[in-house]
Design a protein around this ligand. Structure first.
Ligand SMILES: Cc1cc2nc3c(=O)[nH]c(=O)nc-3n(C[C@H](O)[C@H](O)[C@H](O)COP(=O)(O)O)c2cc1C
Length: 351
């Protein structure tokens, strides 16, 4: 019996951001208590066939929590206890900032989607760095997603990213330059070659390894090529594909489809999988596939499209805290069905 099916109507009666804050508060309260151990026992699928080696890190399974869910690194251990194989905290910016005015997060229930225009609300690099260096961290890799402070002009973005890395980078296992959120004015321009080279090069000089870049599904072909040329030139460690989209598929039913912001969840799944395969075809570095994954079939499609790892956010809202276990369990079945002895054999099988 699925407990979340009982809890979800209560959460869905609340505004989306309040529901998120409530869920996070519950997870924070459970963290470090016997509930955390119980969750780990019940939800962690311990199977060597799911283990992943990527950019020098060992992951117990390919399914991670995408950035934005734990913006301030308050619940990484509890999220890992839900069975996730890695947790990406952030986006963190150099300055503490409130984000955009509320409401700024909307459930498109009919579409199993979310539109958000949070605008990098977070406690700032100083506070998150302090938390990361003193907290008990999970025994799965933790990534740091770095964004740009709203008040910092685009021309000074490099220093902003560097400041955050210097405050938080030592405590984490990989760093992600996020130049693809649609909710900080001008941010996505930083995906262009010169800007991207400047930011990534500076972070590498500062010692950021492994270093990944997260891309927008709205990038045009040429812009993808440009970004991937930088990935190759700088010998980056990986690419995360994709962030949310500002486009609105015709199929959307919910009245909230007209809200400004980035769309995530089911409606972006196919586009984001196609993006993963485009990236995987053009580069040799590991690809982290994210966008609309809610079940093992979706995770498997991204893996077959070339993703070494996958992540999700929106499915945690719709499917609940057992989603990683369900995906990992059924992934094993899909591997069996297709005669793969290990998940690594399925990576890029459709390319
Ligand atoms: C409310 C919300 C906040 C997000 N914040 C961030 C963020 O700070 N940094 C980032 O790189 N992505 C952020 N994302 C994007 C997710 O990490 C992910 O790329 C996107 O939601 C697609 O995955 P999904 O369909 O599984 O949700 C956010 C998404 C949502 C819904």
């Amino acid at each position: 019996m699925n407990l979340y099916a009982l809890v979800r109507p209560g959460l869905f009666a609340l505004p989306a951001e309040t529901a998120h804050a409530t869920g996070t508060a519950l997870l924070r309260a459970a963290q470090g208590t016997p509930i955390e151990s119980l969750a780990r026992e019940r939800l962690h699928i311990d199977d060597e066939r799911l283990s992943v080696e990527a950019f020098g890190q060992s992951f117990p399974n390919p399914v991670g929590v995408a950035a934005g869910f734990d913006k301030n690194a308050e619940i990484p251990t509890m999220l890992a206890a839900l069975g996730f194989g890695h947790v990406e905290v952030g986006g963190v910016t150099a300055e503490r900032q409130p984000g955009n005015p509320k409401p700024r997060m909307f459930r498109l229930r009919e579409d199993r989607a979310i539109v958000n225009r949070m605008g990098f609300n977070n406690h700032g690099a100083e506070a998150v760095g302090e938390r990361l260096s003193t907290a008990r961290l999970p025994d799965v890799p933790v990534g740091l997603n770095v964004g740009k402070s709203k008040s910092t002009p685009l021309d000074d973005a490099t220093a902003d990213y560097r400041y955050t890395f210097e405050r938080c980078g030592d405590a984490v296992d990989y760093t992600v330059v996020n130049v693809s959120s649609p909710n900080t004015p001008g941010l996505r321009k930083l995906q262009h070659r010169d800007a991207l080279e400047g930011i990534l090069g500076t972070l590498l000089d500062a010692g950021a390894r492994p270093l990944l870049v997260k891309l927008s599904p709205d990038l045009a072909e040429r812009a993808i090529d440009e970004a991937l040329a930088v990935v190759d030139d700088l010998d980056l460690d990986g690419v995360i594909a994709t962030n949310t989209t500002t486009s609105r598929p015709e199929s959307l039913q919910s009245p909230h489809r007209a809200e400004r912001g980035g769309l995530s969840g089911k409606p972006i799944e196919t586009v984001s999988t196609a993006f993963v395969s485009r990236v995987a075809r053009r580069t040799d570095v590991p690809v982290v596939g994210v966008g609309g994954i809610s079940d093992a079939e979706g995770a498997y499609a991204k893996i077959r499209a070339g993703a070494s790892l996958v992540q999700l956010y929106t499915a945690l809202v719709y499917e609940g805290p057992t989603v990683a276990r369900e995906i990992n369990r059924s992934l094993l079945r899909l591997l069996d069905r297709d005669g793969f002895d290990h998940v690594s054999e399925a990576v890029g099988a459709d390319l």
